[in-house]
Design a protein around this ligand. Structure first.
Ligand SMILES: Cc1cc2nc3c(=O)[nH]c(=O)nc-3n(C[C@H](O)[C@H](O)[C@H](O)COP(=O)(O)O)c2cc1C
Length: 170
């Protein structure tokens, strides 16, 4: 499948099968995150892979992830991430999001469902997983086999704004 077709076929999965994610597939997803570009190649990401019953149970107090068998907590080190000198803008959230997106699309290519989650309680994650102050959880990515009807790849015709609303040629 070409890239655009795959991107159109991806959808947010909010119901997962019990089926575990194969170790080789998980490794490939993590590799896609590893090779993602980051500002100045600083690679500030720290990815927690939650898949044990105990770890997933702890995360339940922080976010709704629909019993996905794997939850990736994509964090970034705000101290080592690139900071734009003239105004101090810190790229850690951008970097963590590129890593998340790479992993999400790799998972899609492997036939897995995903859900990107930002509605989470940071403090609960900090405490549960003993995160130091400089490590900030930015995104959660639920991964597993979908147990629902796939959303139509055609849905973007209605559910996304047309290009002329979001793009300006100058
Ligand atoms: C930055 C970001 C944060 C999101 N946070 C949540 C979330 O906390 N909970 C949730 O159920 N979906 C969340 N989503 C999923 C979006 O709601 C979803 O991607 C969007 O509605 C488009 O639907 P689609 O993914 O099926 O194409 C998030 C997506 C993004 C990109």
């Amino acid at each position: 499948m070409d890239f655009l077709s795959m991107a159109k076929a991806r959808y947010s999965v909010r119901k997962y099968k019990d089926t575990p994610v194969e170790a080789e597939k998980l490794q490939k997803i993590l590799e896609a995150g590893r090779i993602a570009p980051t500002a100045t190649n600083a690679q500030p990401q720290k990815v927690l892979v939650l898949q044990s019953k105990e770890a997933l149970e702890k995360a339940k107090d922080a976010a709704r992830f629909y019993d996905a068998p794997v939850l990736l907590v994509v964090c970034a080190d705000k101290e080592t991430a690139w900071k734009r000198k003239y105004d101090g803008m810190n790229s850690y959230q951008i970097d963590a999001s590129i890593v998340t997106d790479h992993m999400m699309l790799q998972a899609t290519e492997l036939g897995l469902g995903t859900l990107w989650i930002c509605w989470f309680k940071e403090e609960v994650l900090r405490e549960a997983f003993d995160l130091p102050e400089n490590i900030v959880p930015v995104n959660l990515l639920a991964v597993g086999y979908a147990d629902c009807e796939p959303a139509s790849p055609e849905r973007h015709a209605e559910l996304r704004k047309p290009l002329d609303e979001t793009v300006k040629f100058l």
